[in-house]
Design a protein around this ligand. Sequence first.
Ligand code: FES
Length: 142
Amino acid sequence: MTELFAVCATYEVDDGDARGFVLARLDEDGTSRRWPILVTRKANSFHGFENACPHEGTRLDTIPGEFLDRDGTFLTCGKHGARFDLESGQCVTGPCQGKALTPITLLIDDGDVCLIDVALAEEDGMDIEDPNAVPEVLITGD
Ligand code: FES
């Protein structure tokens, strides 16, 4: 049976944008490890990649919020500036030119961007990081 895991709602990723998430993935030996991923969007096409630069394996968003080109076409690694196509994950310029981000299969289900058959640790152990997050302000009445 196919298992889906909703990462986010489609409306949470704007056209020409990307969002990073850190999930807890189970390895074959049952140990849990942090699994940073990216979800990118071009029009209504969503793509998933492991958030690990093929150059040195670091997260692309080493400078939070600074990994997307202004025109929404490329992801840029914050460490040495490699640029990756938003849809294919192919490195087009930089020290790992010709290599690509590791793709992750996504499925859109009822407005959610979902992973398919990925073994994750329990959901309440999941740590979702939003590098663009701003502190929430709670406004209450008397
Ligand atoms: S680690 Fe990404 S370009 Fe070097």
